[in-house]
Every structure is written in C-alpha cells, then in structure tokens.
Design a protein around this ligand. Sequence first.
Ligand SMILES: [Zn+2]
Length: 188
Amino acid sequence: MEQVHACKPRRCLVYDRHNQLVCKRRAPFQVSDNDFVTDTGLWGPKRLHGYINSWVPSILLNARCNNDGKFLTSGADTKNITFYVTSYAAKKQGKNYNVSAVMADGYAYHLEHPKPEYIDSVWDQQRLLLFRLVHSINREQEIAGLMVISYLMGWGDVFRSHTYSPIYWGSFMSALYIAFPQLSGRVR
Ligand SMILES: [Zn+2]
C-alpha cells in the first residue's frame, strides 16, 4: 500500500492542454489546518501533507486498502457517486456481455425445433449464393499483367524486394529508458 501519493510518469502524470506535465489525481492536494466549508459550497478536509489523500482511518484498518472519503454536499453529487459506484461494482451493460447467453438461447431453440426441410433449403441457397459469387469473381475480375505473369511463372501472388523482421517496440523502449533514464516522462 502506498499511502503517500508519488507522481510517476505514465501512471498519473499526463500532459495538460498547455503541454505541461500534471498529475491526473490532482496532487499535490490542498493543504488545510482544519476541515472547512465555504459560503459558496467549496469544502475540504483537514490535510497537513499535500500528497496524502482524504483517507478514512477505520476503512483503512478494517478493509486494508487506501480510500478517498468524500463529503456529499448535494443531491447531484450523491446521484453521481451512486451511479459511479453502482456501475463500477455491477459493471455496465457492454455491447457483448450477453452475446453468449443469447446464442446459447438461440441454439437451444434450434435443437428443440428441428425443421430439416427448411434448414436444408437455406443451406442449399447459401451454398448456391457463395458458388455464384466466387464464379463471378473468377470470370469477371480484372487482374494486372504482372500478376498474370507471376501466376503463369509460378512465382506466387506476392513479390518483395526485401526481407523483413519484426521489431519488438516495447522491449526497445524499455531498453532505451534503462540506457537514458532522463527520457522518462518526456517521451510518450
Ligand atoms: Zn500524481
């Protein structure tokens, strides 16, 4: 557990719109000798160290995790945090989360309602469609002269004047950072 926030490149340090490196957790946090609420509704906890978040001691001890207490001053704040926590814990409905269940349901229906005369004719129609499409391409497709020669000579369908080898960019970048630590945080 890291109770004191330490800003690190590529973790919390990001570039703002003025191209300045800033902490996306907004550290250092505002320091104050006392808890405060202003007339305009601004509030903050007592904080004596700018890099420690507003953790709650009893949550820290009992749940053994860092936490960030927030004082809910309005219905809008409460609504926002409720939606955030609920969708964080329950997960949002993504596009594909229930696809497997939908497919299992469809497959079960398919098994329970056999109709070979219909299925067979669908299969035949699909096969015929694909067959006709492939033959149209075979018959009508325009092919470059070079391609024709390449096929006739048995040279295959790709010509390359060079050979290529893969570059593992991640390994390259970490080797670069090890050799030149001063680059960390400047190169993105
Ligand atoms: Zn930070």
